[in-house]
Design a protein around this ligand. Structure first.
Ligand SMILES: [Zn+2]
Length: 65
């Protein structure tokens, strides 16, 4: 499994990604773009606010260990 590091969580700012605006975590309409950095690439995933918050929280915990 590829190591991903949370880079940022941003609200949607444009109508890009019109075709897939659903949270990949739960299927609700997505409102956040979650960016991860991996080796040599940025990965952008779409989540609703709730899932984005959960990701942010778990990522912070990982950073401390
Ligand atoms: Zn969700």
């Amino acid at each position: 499994m590829l190591e991903k590091t949370l880079k940022s969580i941003e609200p949607f700012t444009s109508n890009v990604e019109k075709n897939s605006r659903f949270c990949i975590g739960c299927g609700e309409p997505a409102t956040k773009l979650v960016k991860y950095s991996t080796e040599g690439a940025i990965i952008i995933e779409k989540y609703c606010e709730k899932c984005a918050n959960a990701i942010e929280a778990s990522s912070s915990l990982k950073d401390r260990s």
